[in-house]
Ligand binder design. Structure first.
Ligand code: GAR
Length: 205
């Protein structure tokens, strides 16, 4: 059984999808031990409290001391023996303090097919560029912005009449599936990082 911390900043639908899949038994061998947020008003915190999951909030407003901020997170997480941190709409750049403290134990979901369209407003970036295929990426987190090794990706078509909202909704559906698949692979110990590549090992071997 692995202990997961989910980091949210807002809506929390990816957190909720993970939680539902754990509750349904689709996602096995893991539990969400704590939900962390930098935003006291994050909707995701409400979902966590309703589900009886512990929450930690460290407001990040007006905090420029990123390294110290991340040290506070590390201290706050210590009692939970966390095996995996899932960034789920966590809109703050993590520093090497956190990345090194949880080396290869932090994963993120991004609403684009990385390395295209990193950073903010990824779906709008894709639309503005005129791509015909978009999607989402689950990846390990390193010191860069959305640059870590890719675990898995899902694609969706982009239609001529798409708006940022319609495309985001189509991608979000796939995010909810992709994140649980990636966490399942991690929980089963099937992911091996080799340089930039993540090798998914065969379950039957
Ligand atoms: C999701 O689309 C996620 O991929 C994106 O924020 C949204 C959060 O939604 N994350 C990023 O853009 C990170 N660069 P949620 O709070 O409902 O899970």
């Amino acid at each position: 059984m692995i202990n997961i911390a989910v980091f949210v900043s807002g809506r929390g639908s990816n957190f909720l999808a993970l939680l539902k899949n754990i509750e349904k038994g689709v996602l096995k061998n893991c539990q969400i031990s704590v939900v962390f947020s930098n935003n006291p008003n994050a909707k995701g915190l409400e979902y966590a409290e309703n589900a009886g999951i512990k929450t930690i909030v460290i407001p990040s407003k007006n905090r420029q001391d990123r390294e110290n901020y991340d040290k506070e997170i590390i201290n706050a997480l210590a009692p939970y023996n966390i095996d995996l941190i899932c960034l789920a709409g966590y809109m703050r750049i993590v520093t090497s303090e956190l990345v090194q403290a949880y080396k290869n134990k932090i994963i993120n979901i991004h609403p684009a097919l990385l390395p295209s369209f990193p950073g903010l407003h990824a779906q709008k970036q894709a639309l503005d560029y005129g791509v015909k295929v978009a999607g989402c990426t689950v990846h390990f987190v390193d010191e860069g912005m959305d640059t870590g090794a890719v675990i898995l990706q899902k694609t969706v078509p982009v239609y001529d009449n798409d708006t940022e909202e319609s495309l985001s909704a189509r991608i979000l559906e796939q995010e909810h599936i992709a994140y649980s698949e990636a966490v399942a692979l991690y929980a089963e110990g099937l992911l091996k990082i080799e340089g930039r590549k993540v090798i998914t090992m065969d379950k039957s071997k």
